[in-house]
Write a protein that binds this ligand. Structure first.
Ligand SMILES: [Zn+2]
Length: 185
């Protein structure tokens, strides 16, 4: 049985027993918030509980390290849709302590790829074609600095109206305690 089989079996019961009813909500987020946070599995329920976000309350965009690197990449695109298409009025970037992307070593990731059968020449070819694969995969050194940097990508973006507050926060993945790194516009 693959993980997918387990998921599909559970899902069949979930729908049949109408367990979705408590979660029925609208496409426009009730609280009009958009959140960029990490894909870390410890945050799946904890983040929502710790900041009192319920189903239908917010647009949540998850990405490794909650890092916003490309001003014209898919995260910014999602935020633009959240703000202009889904009426989000405030943006939160929420990094977390003990993040796997903190000091993540791209060399280690690449050597694991090679162990799994990726041809090292493929890596070289990609680098020769202009992709700085180390820079692309690299994590960050300082959590608060990284959250601030990501917030700045949004605040300084020419397509976000200047009256949209963009805040940077850090959450503890055990206690759920939030610390504000930067708040404002
Ligand atoms: Zn993380």
């Amino acid at each position: 049985m693959t993980k997918l089989d387990e998921i599909l079996a559970f899902n069949e019961n979930f729908v049949e027993n109408k367990e979705y009813i408590p979660y029925v909500s609208d496409v426009i987020p009730n609280r009009k918030i958009a959140i960029v946070t990490c894909m870390d599995a410890r945050l799946i329920e904890l983040l929502h509980k710790a900041i009192n976000i319920k189903n239908g309350d917010a647009k949540i965009i998850k990405t490794a390290g909650a890092q916003i690197n490309n001003p014209y990449g898919s995260i910014i695109r999602s935020l633009l849709v959240a703000v202009y298409g889904m009426k989000a009025e405030e943006i939160l970037v929420i990094g977390h302590r003990k993040c796997g992307m903190n000091s993540m070593d791209p060399d280690k990731l690449i050597s694991t790829m090679v162990e799994r059968g990726i041809d090292p020449n493929t890596i070289t070819e990609l680098e020769e074609s202009g992709l700085d694969i180390h820079d692309w995969l690299k994590g960050f050194e300082n959590l608060e600095d990284e959250v601030t940097r990501s917030v700045e990508v949004v605040r300084s973006h020419p397509l976000f109206a200047s009256d949209i507050p963009v805040h940077g926060l850090v959450i503890d993945p055990t206690t759920g305690k939030l610390d504000v790194v930067t708040s404002g516009y």
